[in-house]
Design a protein around this ligand. Structure first.
Ligand code: PXG
Length: 285
């Protein structure tokens, strides 16, 4: 069945869902987005994703041309139109159609695009075995240049890191920040477990405040696991007992090797497995 894509309140067949080449989303990566999951017809933390989208837009002086309530309705309608229960939703707001100069004031209304499709997670066997990752030389963009809290359409910083990771034979890459501390992976947040405590870089390390990250920290606290948001280095990653990544697409996935060093005994650890199970239950409840 062909997909129907929402563009500015209308539905188009995937083949006909087209945007102007003068849209500054294409010309400059000028825009913001969200990646969201739905499970059994229920969208996971939709209000939080919409809030983050609005914050991203505000941070780049962009006004989303609808209300949050309208956006929530449009997302649910797009899922329904496509008959999707378990899906992946990509919400995009571009600056709109302008001229060939940078000036965003010359752009018309921002364009709203909603794609509801299926998601290709990491291969299923990797959820059992865990991932191997490497730290890469491209640092996460300095927060004073462009805050990594903004989920902007310009993902080149992450794409460069992804390429470097793939050249090293890894599906995900770990980015450090401008101070050489652990930041995040190219599309996932990172967690370590050390002596029974859960450790993760703080937001001011220059990372995206992941919605999965927040959910997993809540689950850990419910389990009675102490959660620390503290500056971490590669050393902390190398001596960790467990490591895992979180993201809307990835959910919770174990990391078993970092820069060639085995994490713990080289298998997904017990806290990682419990958090993964509990997160799965939460999304499907
Ligand atoms: N950090 C970055 C840089 C991200 O892009 C996350 C963390 C996790 O955030 P959430 O809110 O999803 O828990 C992301 C997630 C993908 C994909 O296909 C993921 C993201 C963006 C685009 C694609 O894995 N963002």
């Amino acid at each position: 069945m062909s997909l129907k894509i929402y563009i500015n309140g209308e539905y188009f067949e995937k083949e006909d869902a087209k945007i102007s080449v003068y849209d500054h989303g294409l010309l400059y990566g000028d825009g913001v987005f969200e990646g969201i999951r739905s499970y059994g017809g229920k969208v996971f933390r939709l209000a939080e994703h919409v809030d983050r989208l609005w914050d991203s837009a505000k941070a780049i002086w962009m006004e989303v041309p609808m209300t949050k309530e309208e956006m929530i309705k449009a997302v649910e309608e797009t899922l329904a139109v496509n008959g999707l229960k378990d899906g992946y939703i990509r919400l995009i707001v571009t600056r709109g159609v302008g001229d060939l100069g940078l000036d965003p004031n010359k752009c018309g209304t921002p364009q709203v695009i909603i794609i509801a499709d299926r998601i290709a997670l990491y291969p299923p066997e990797l959820y059992e075995k865990g991932l191997e990752i490497v730290t890469v030389s491209s640092p996460r963009i300095h927060p004073a240049a462009l805050s990594p809290r903004i989920k902007s359409l310009n993902y080149l910083n992450n794409i460069m890191a992804k390429i470097e990771g793939k050249q090293a034979g890894c599906i995900e890459a770990l980015m450090l920040n401008h101070k050489g501390e652990l930041a995040e992976c190219t599309g996932d947040n990172i967690f370590l477990v050390r002596k029974g405590r859960l450790l993760t870089p703080p937001i001011d390390a220059g990372i995206l405040e992941g919605i999965t990250r927040n959910a997993v920290m809540d689950i850990a606290r419910e389990m009675g696991v102490e959660v620390l948001e503290i500056a971490l280095t590669k050393y902390d990653a190398y001596v960790a007992d467990e490591c895992f990544l979180t993201g809307s697409a990835a959910e919770v996935i174990a990391v078993v090797k970092i820069d060639g060093r085995s994490v713990g005994d080289g298998r997904p650890g017990p806290i990682t497995r419990e958090l993964k199970d509990r997160f799965q239950k939460l999304t499907r409840s």
